[in-house]
Design a protein around this ligand. Structure first.
Ligand code: DX5
Ligand code: ZN
Length: 220
């Protein structure tokens, strides 16, 4: 069994001490940097853009996992790659031509992901499941950190794993929103491969220890 991955969300970092927080993640047992890009249109919030992402990339020693909560994301794939993206995830709800978007991300050499809002059923991915490297299940409504985890997420993880079995057995399932030590083990048991955690990590007394604890949460 491959160990699950931990991706701290830099949305919850202290932007006045960004290098310090990037170093913390570098030194921790985290696997990826989760980078939340919000345009104020697809979601009711604006996070940060290329200059901040490039600043993170300058110091990061781990892959940048970029979650695009923006309309018409295809316009910017090349620029995100240029800014250091290893993984690019687009929202199902923001892509009229999802098949083309996923192909464009792969063409750049990035791992290609699709994200589902809480209201979007897993079965809508049936005709795309073989083509994506990763599915990100939103376990809160996207736009803000620090929201309450939606319990229905467990059902979606199981449905997604079932949908992918035999068609895409290496599919990564990423869970984003309200992840903490109170649900990490259950999420992994349900079939999650990647856990994103923002406020739980950065608001904790010792983020390095918190990341290690999330990394150790598993089905054993
Ligand atoms: C929400 C973002 C999440 C967020 C998670 O729209 O996609 O990545 O930063 O934050 P927490 O872990 O605080 O829910
Ligand atoms: Zn995210």
């Amino acid at each position: 069994i491959t160990p699950h991955l931990i991706a701290p969300s830099m949305l919850a970092a202290d932007f006045a001490h960004l290098q310090r927080d990037v170093d913390m993640v570098n030194q921790s047992k985290a696997d990826w940097f989760h980078i939340d890009i919000m345009d104020g249109v697809f979601v009711p919030n604006i996070s940060f853009g290329f200059p901040v992402m490039k600043a993170i990339h300058q110091y990061a020693t781990k892959p940048l996992d970029v979650h695009l909560m923006i309309e018409q994301p295809d316009r910017y794939f090349a620029e995100f790659k240029e800014a250091g993206a290893a993984n690019i995830t687009v929202h199902f709800e923001a892509c009229t031509h999802l098949h083309r978007s996923i192909a464009a991300i792969k063409e750049l050499g990035c791992l290609a992901g699709v994200a589902l809002n809480p209201h979007t059923p897993v079965h809508l991915l049936k005709d795309m499941i073989a083509d994506v490297d990763m599915v990100l299940i939103m376990s809160v409504n996207p736009g803000f950190g620090g929201q309450q985890f939606i319990e229905h997420t467990y059902t979606k993880i199981r449905e997604l794993r079932q949908l992918a079995t035999g068609v895409n057995d290496s599919l990564l399932i990423e869970i984003d929103g309200g992840v903490s030590l109170s649900n990490a083990t259950a999420l992994i048991e349900a079939g999650a491969d990647v856990l994103v955690a923002g406020s739980f990590v950065f608001n904790s007394a010792n983020p390095i220890d918190t990341i290690e604890a999330l990394k150790l949460a598993d089905s054993d």
